[in-house]
Write a protein that binds this ligand. Structure first.
Ligand SMILES: [Zn+2]
Length: 407
């Protein structure tokens, strides 16, 4: 089979290319504790811009800002590391402009760790007239139609200019469902591109940035396992799981994690990209994931949907019109100094403060959820914590298979 032969060609090259390396000394991953009743992990990732306590949630600063939330307020939500988008920043203002303004930390005014994605997901989801071959992707900008190219080497070079702490490899993202042949082709191309990204990054000898690999493979557990094995042979300092939360059933996502996570080294961070709902975070932590990013808290906040321990509330509902209670009684965020009735009024009157306050509350909610998860893991009561939260949200628990502790 063509796909099979292509795969083995990749694997033999990877074995030769694999060398034993350590990440730069400013980076260190400390695994402190694994929950007694699940694969949930309490860890710390040290970077040149400070430490990140994990499990951690990264707010998404697409264009160098969380929409509507200034950087000071963002820090007050408890966020320790943020994600910025390479595709968006390369298009506008351009990575050279960001570099001329002192790099992404200075540009944004954020002195804590930053992760940049590779641009792959956005090229495949936003760009127009995308053409892909082994060299890379050509596409037209969604802003002005300019013809642009993104290769593994170019993605590494843009992220180097942005000077994030953590860079991601360029991967070939495809929509699901798709044919097994198309999924396999994109997966093995992603592995070849990961190797090219690693070579480009090693050539730059950077001490202040690490590069994480991305496991692809659709919903095929065997392909996921093979992809993870091939990437682990390349000895990356951390591994992401990509291509999920793209419309599949949650149970399929959890099954895919159960197939993939045990293939990943226990002493490296594991990052589930683009996920997700509060229940997805807890279910994924239970399966051994350490890091997340998602636009949901801010996108939903802007649309008047706020998270509480009793489940999400739609602030535009008339039921909140004369409600004097805050969104959450014990939430320290500035939105919770106000009544639900006042917050509803802001949305009804289209005042910009409504989306701002709802975004801040949701980001604070996600950070407090991660804090609760970290405390529960250390106390060996993560499963109880998860059960309490899921009951409050009115969400059923997804059965976790035992034996997902990783190796
Ligand atoms: Zn609040």
């Amino acid at each position: 089979m063509q796909t099979e032969s292509g795969k083995w060609k990749v694997e033999s090259r990877l074995t030769k290319a694999s060398v034993c390396r350590s990440p730069p000394s400013a980076f260190r991953f400390d695994l402190k504790h694994t929950d007694a009743g699940s694969a949930a992990r309490r860890s710390t990732l040290h970077t040149p811009h400070g430490s990140v306590e994990m499990p951690a949630f990264m707010p998404v600063c697409t264009l160098g800002t969380v929409k509507g939330v200034d950087i000071g307020r963002l820090g007050e939500t408890g966020a320790q590391m943020v994600l910025s988008n390479t595709y968006h920043l390369a298009l506008r203002p351009g990575e050279e402009t960001v570099a001329a303004l002192g790099g992404l930390h200075k540009f944004m005014g954020w002195s804590d760790p930053i992760l940049t994605d590779s641009g792959g997901f956005q090229v495949f989801s936003l760009a127009q007239r995308t053409k892909i071959d082994e060299q890379g992707v050509t596409f037209r900008s969604h802003i002005d139609g300019t013809l642009l190219e993104l290769s593994p080497e170019r993605s590494v070079s843009i992220q180097a200019a942005l000077a994030s702490d953590i860079a991601m490899v360029l991967d070939h993202v495809i929509g699901l469902p798709n044919s097994p042949e198309a999924v396999a082709e994109a997966t093995w191309r992603s592995v070849r591109w990961a190797e090219r990204c690693l070579k480009a990054q090693m050539a730059s000898s950077r001490e202040d940035q690490i590069l994480l690999a991305i496991v692809q493979g659709g919903l095929d557990p065997d392909l996921r396992r093979q992809c993870a094995k091939a990437l682990v042979a390349l000895d990356f300092p951390g591994y992401a799981i990509g291509g999920l939360s793209v419309g599949e059933e949650p149970a399929d996502m959890y099954r895919t994690l159960e197939a993939t996570v045990p293939e990943l080294p226990v002493d490296r961070p594991r990052y589930l990209m683009g996920v997700g709902r509060p229940e997805d975070l807890l279910e994924s932590i239970a399966r051994g994931i350490d890091m997340f990013d998602c636009v949901m808290p801010t996108r939903n906040g802007r649309n008047a949907l706020v998270y509480t321990d009793q489940g999400p509330l739609r602030l535009r509902n008339a039921a909140h019109e004369v409600n004097n209670r805050p969104l959450e009684e014990n939430c320290p965020c500035p939105a919770c100094r106000h009544s639900r009735g006042y917050l509803r009024h802001l949305f009804q009157a289209k005042e910009m403060l409504g989306p701002i306050l709802a975004s801040i509350h949701n980001l604070t909610y996600y950070q407090r959820l991660m804090l609760g998860a970290r405390e529960a893991i250390v106390a060996d009561r993560f499963d109880e914590f998860r059960q309490e939260k899921l009951c409050g949200w009115g969400v059923g628990r997804m059965q976790s298979r035992s034996g997902t502790q990783g190796k």
